[in-house]
Structure formats: C-alpha cells, structure tokens
Design a protein around this ligand. Structure first.
Ligand code: AMP
Ligand code: TRP
Length: 336
C-alpha cells in the first residue's frame, strides 16, 4: 500500500497557508488507498529558539487544530515527533549520508539564516536531514506539502538514493512530493511576493485558523490590493500578485477554480470581492475554530491521542531503523 507521511511545526498557531497548502490535502488523502501518518514536528520547531512552555502548549493545540480540521486519529496515525526517538537517531545516520554541498544549496536555510550565517544554529542547517529521516523512517512513498518544501523533498530523494547506492540495496523508496490544489503557495496579505508565514511579525499578514469572523473580515479588508477591478480571465492576474493571491485563496476555499472565480467576480471592485472572500473563509474556518476550543477543553484526551499515535508510529519505525543500522554495519547489542 502507498504510505503518506507529512509534518507541520508547532510554532504558534496554524495559518490559512498551512491549511490550504498542506493540511486540507492531508485530510482528503485519508481513505482506503493510502496509509496516512501525520506528525507534529516539535524537534524541527527547536531549530529556532522557543519558549519551553509555549512549545509544549503549541504542540497540543496544533494536534487539536489538525483533528478539528479533519485528521481522524481512527484513520491516520497522528503523533508528536519527539515521542518517537527513532527520528533523531535516523537523522544522525543520514547526516553521514548527506553532503555539505547538498545542504549549502537549501534556500530555506539561506533565507532563515540571512547574512549572519555563522550565528545560525547547526540544527537549522541540518533541518532537511531530519526531515528526510521523518519520511524514510516509515518508508513513506508520498509526501503532501506546500510548494516551499519541494527542495527539501528533493534532498530526501537524494539521501534515499545515496543510501541505496552505497549499500547496494533497494531499501528506501524515493518519496514523491504531492503539491496539490490551487493554493500551493499562499502569500502574505500585506505583500503578494512574500509567503504567508507564522513567523511574519505582522498578524495582519496572515489568517490564523482560530481567528474570529470579525478579525478575518478586518484582515481581508486591510489586505493590500491594486487599484484595478478583478480581471475576467486568469491571464489578467499576471503581474498582480496580491490580486492573484486573493483569487487563489477564494478558489481553494470554495473548492472552485481560478477560471470559475473570475467568471463570477471578474469586473468587481476589491471591496465587494473581499466581502465575498470573507464569507467563504468564515464558512470554512469557523467550524474548525469551534472544534479546536472543544478539543482544548480536554487536554488529557489529546495527550492520550498523541500517545496512541506514537505507539503505532514506533511499531512501524523500529524495525526499519533496526534494518538501517544493520545495513550500515552497526553491531547488534547482545541482550543478556
Ligand atoms: P510549517 O508551518 O513550515 O511547518 O509548514 C507545514 C506545511 O504547510 C508544509 O507542507 C508547508 O509547505 C505548508 N505551508 C506553509 N506555509 C505555506 C503557505 N504560505 N502556502 C502554502 N503552503 C504552506
Ligand atoms: N519542513 C516541513 C515544513 O516546515 C515540516 C516537516 C518536517 C515535514 N518533517 C516533514 C513535511 C516530513 C513533510 C514530511 O513545512
């Protein structure tokens, strides 16, 4: 069976970009065709300094948001990365497979480290190696992510290929990215050339999954646009990143296409389009926000869901790690 793995970092709350670019696809992929494994990647979150209490809380509230968005722990394995220690161990083994030149090419590191590269944490640099370990620890074949993770996935494929080649085996599959939908790269509401991100200092640059209806309306009202009405066809969005972003968001939320949205709203002013956009967003997001509140009222239950997920994940991971260790020549510890 095809096996899906994906992850999301528990750094503050989930954004509409995470939802449309990744998580909604995770929900849709649940079913008989795939075995689905979804992970709150708290070890990845540590690559930037985190307040310890906030990290713990965010791990739980992100699990709640995933469940509220439709990840069903009865259908998918849902767990926290640090609860399955094999992730960190395989990351070490892979750090002896990946090469410095490969990591030097990663644009996310260059962006996040900026000019002060010497001061960046080693973990931020080796982050894609841990990501490869996440995926290959389960021999996952398909990885649904947003556009920004494409390069990291390419590296995961290279690591799998190098491992197989070095040890003369066909052990790890080369995982395939699944970049699905009309909103694979949701942009900031303040700047249509920048990705919508949890870490942007302006909260008005993003919609959070738990924003109330009034705040969503306010954020879309204030979203940057240009002075022209909406075009009638997709070609008219060229060179208009803010307009394109809002239309893509609308199409994704309404499960429609850009063509169809423009057939309906072409010629409209942004003021009325933003109102319509608010309506589809509130309709899609308010039930999720309400479910998050219900789930967060019972943290012990969430802990139990994550514990059960970790147990199932570990049962899959342990034999794959044991085989990896053996293939690499690590001696087996005698049990006396
Ligand atoms: P992160 O928040 O970086 O852990 O991302 C979790 C998932 O959301 C990954 O699959 C990302 O590719 C996806 N994602 C994050 N931001 C965006 C965005 N602005 N547009 C589309 N997908 C995104
Ligand atoms: N690096 C991903 C992101 O920030 C999160 C992630 C970690 C991930 N491990 C993964 C995604 C494994 C897919 C598969 O978006």
């Amino acid at each position: 069976m095809k096996r899906i793995f994906s992850g999301i970092q528990p750094t503050s709350s989930m954004t509409l970009g995470n939802y449309l670019g990744a998580v909604r696809n995770w929900v849709d992929l649940q079913g008989p065709e795939f075995e689905t494994i979804y992970c709150v990647v708290d070890l990845h979150a540590l690559t930037q300094p985190q307040d310890p209490d906030a990290l713990r809380t965010n791990t739980l509230s992100l699990a709640a948001t995933l469940i509220a968005a439709g990840i069903d722990p009865g259908k998918s394995i849902l767990f926290a990365q640090s609860h399955v220690h094999q992730h960190a161990e395989l990351a070490w083994l892979f750090s002896c497979i990946a090469r410095i030149g490969q990591l030097n090419r990663m644009t996310q590191f260059k962006e996040k480290a900026g000019k002060r590269r010497d001061e960046a944490y080693v973990g931020l640099y080796t982050y894609p190696v841990l990501m490869a370990a996440d995926i290959l620890l389960y021999k996952a074949t398909h990885v649904p992510v947003g556009e920004d993770q494409k390069q990291h996935l390419e590296l995961s494929r290279e690591i799998a290929g190098s491992f197989n080649h070095r040890y003369g085996v066909d052990f790890f599959p080369l995982p395939e990215p699944q970049i699905l939908g009309t909103a694979t790269r949701v942009m900031s509401l303040r700047d249509g050339t920048k990705k919508m991100s949890k870490s942007d200092e302006s909260d008005f640059s993003r919609i959070n999954m738990t924003d109330e209806a009034d705040l969503i309306a306010q954020k879309f009202r204030k979203a940057r646009t240009d002075p022209h009405p909406l075009p009638e066809a997709p070609e008219g969005l060229e060179g208009r990143p803010e307009a394109e972003n809002l239309v893509n968001i609308y199409a994704a939320l309404a499960r429609s296409s850009v063509e169809q949205v423009l057939a309906e709203h072409g010629g409209s002013q942004f003021s009325s389009f933003k109102q319509a956009l608010t309506d589809v967003a509130v309709t899609a997001l308010s039930p999720i926000a309400a479910a998050v509140n219900r789930l967060m009222a019972d943290p012990a239950q969430l802990d139990a869901v994550l514990a059960e997920g970790a147990e199932k994940a570990e049962a899959l991971a342990a034999p794959i790690l044991a085989d990896t260790r053996r293939l690499m020549g690590l001696a087996q510890r005698a049990r006396g």
